[in-house]
Design a protein around this ligand. Structure first.
Ligand code: DC
Length: 491
């Protein structure tokens, strides 16, 4: 079970072209999916698995893992759509959310907690018995449950299959939430997911079920969600769920649109055990030290994905300013981050076609064109000094790098990837940097001062970084220098 997206939308989110222009590229036969030219307008792709190229260049996007918790009402089908036109859970969600699929199944008359996600691997594992994810249900029986019936549910009952079904716990409880009537509710906890298993177990001990409400999946609880309501899980909840089914961050492979090809001279796993496919390279340095120009060329030379992490901090700043949330409003910033739906991609930079530019979409809105707006320039250091912002972007950056990538930023070698295969810290004289960016000396100094003095991840070279002063070197010279270091360190 995976979340597929339409190819032209995928291309648009990756910053390749607008949706309409992407459709044109497809019609012109310039887009390939797993090596096959894709011209059909309705073509869909699975960003986690398919390798998409446009004009022969790999399209890499990374979409944040989104997990939603919904209170599925009775009578609504656990499906994306229904041929007979019945109401479905996906139909209850707003259209502008990233496309998600239900995790497992709650049958038509059952209700309560249903998770939906765009992470195909997570969906698969959460519903697979092998990973033994615990699920809790509240049951309202037609007649009060007896102690003997609870004991039998715990001991294991015959449900007409080879293996009996046993509950981990079974005990009386109050109503699951205030949306439900008072009554003789009891709750049971199970590790398994056989079809209709709770109803069949209840029948086997002679109980007629009036209502069946799932109240928890692993550590995620239904809480006070009203029927049909949903919420987005916080990053920490998502990581906990992923960890519960063996998808631990940060070393796990993440759906990145298309695997970067193995780098030159690389062991297939990049020497980092299973899941890796290339080296992880940290390029840090102050503003205008050449991180993006150098980092993206290095990435291209090695066939690795590239991420300019400054673009992430800038995009968050743009979003906060657009929503009128100042950096002092911690609760407001936390709220923004909770609902942030951020997608990054790469495209050739406009002013330097040999370099790559990181594109960022938030809630489907293209932030890319605003990343260098004056108010963003002025505010970015303040927002990026907030620990909540750094924490939020940390997980994203690590997932991006999991299969090998070049990350350019301020704290990649020190905080984001302390075990990066290669760490480079670029420097340049103040006046050289000022000329490159067109900033005034005061602006530049102020930015450097805040970046270097903040308590969260201050700008400084990692102890094991190679420091290169780029002031009087050409881009080509620095790139060769970095490639030499990569060859030395990783072969
Ligand atoms: O690289 P840049 O100039 O686009 O970065 C803009 C700002 O983002 C910079 O002033 C500090 C912040 N930033 C950060 O704090 N950590 C990073 N890894 C990257 C950028």
């Amino acid at each position: 079970m995976t979340a597929r997206v339409r190819l032209h939308v995928f291309l648009a989110h990756a910053g390749v072209a607008s949706r309409r222009a992407a459709e044109r590229l497809m019609r012109e036969g310039r887009v390939q999916v797993n090596g096959e030219t894709a011209t059909a307008p309705g073509t869909t792709v699975d960003p986690a698995r398919d390798r998409v190229t446009a004009d022969g260049r790999e399209v890499q996007v990374m979409t944040e893992v989104v997990v939603l918790a919904m209170n599925k009402p009775r009578g609504v089908l656990t499906a994306a759509r229904d041929a007979r036109g019945r109401r479905t859970v996906v139909g209850l969600l707003p259209e502008d959310l990233p496309r998600t699929v239900p995790v497992g199944r709650l049958d038509l008359q059952s209700e309560g907690l249903l998770l939906l996600t765009n992470d195909g691997e997570l969906a698969l594992r959460l519903s697979h018995p092998r990973y033994g994810v615990t699920k809790r249900y509240a049951v309202l029986p037609a007649q009060p449950v007896t102690a003997e019936q609870l004991r039998r549910l715990r001991g294991g009952v015959d449900i007409g299959e080879e293996r009996p079904a046993a509950a981990r716990t079974a005990r009386r409880c109050g109503r699951p939430a205030r949306h439900y009537a008072e009554g003789d509710w009891f709750e049971i906890e199970l590790h398994e997911g056989r079809k209709h298993v709770v109803r069949r177990m209840c029948e086997a001990v002679g109980l007629r079920v009036l209502r069946l409400v799932r109240t928890a999946v692993d550590g995620v609880a239904l809480s006070d969600l009203a029927p049909s309501q949903w919420r987005r899980l916080r990053a920490a909840e998502v990581e906990a769920l992923r960890a519960a089914c063996g998808l631990g961050a940060p070393a796990s492979p993440r759906p990145v649109g298309g695997l970067p090809p193995p780098a030159r001279g690389q062991a297939p796993d990049g020497g980092r055990g299973s899941g890796g496919s290339g080296p992880r390279i940290a390029i840090d340095g102050p503003a205008a030290s050449g991180k993006t120009a150098i980092g993206s060329r290095v990435a291209r030379a090695l066939g690795l994905a590239f991420l300019d992490t400054g673009a992430l901090y800038r995009a968050v700043t743009w979003w906060a300013l657009r929503n009128h949330v100042p950096p002092e409003d911690r609760a407001g910033v936390a709220g923004l981050l909770r609902d942030l739906r951020l997608t990054v991609g790469t495209r050739p930079a406009r002013d330097d076609p040999e370099a790559l530019q990181t594109t960022v979409h938030i809630d489907g809105a293209d932030a890319t064109a605003h990343l260098r707006d004056r108010p963003v320039e002025a505010g970015v250091s303040l927002y990026s000094a907030l620990p909540a912002v750094r924490r939020h972007l940390l997980a994203l950056q690590r997932r991006f790098a999991a299969r090998g990538a070049v990350l350019a930023g301020r704290d990649i070698g020190t905080v984001v990837l302390p075990d990066a295969d290669v760490k480079v810290f670029l420097e340049a004289k103040l006046e050289v940097r000022r000329a490159r960016r067109g900033e005034t000396a005061a602006e530049q100094e102020e930015r450097d001062r805040i970046d270097a003095s903040r308590s969260a991840a201050p700008l400084r070279p990692a102890p094991d970084a190679v420091i290169i002063d780029t002031s009087s070197l050409t881009i080509g010279a620095v790139v060769s220098r970095v490639l030499d270091i990569v060859t030395e360190r990783v072969s």
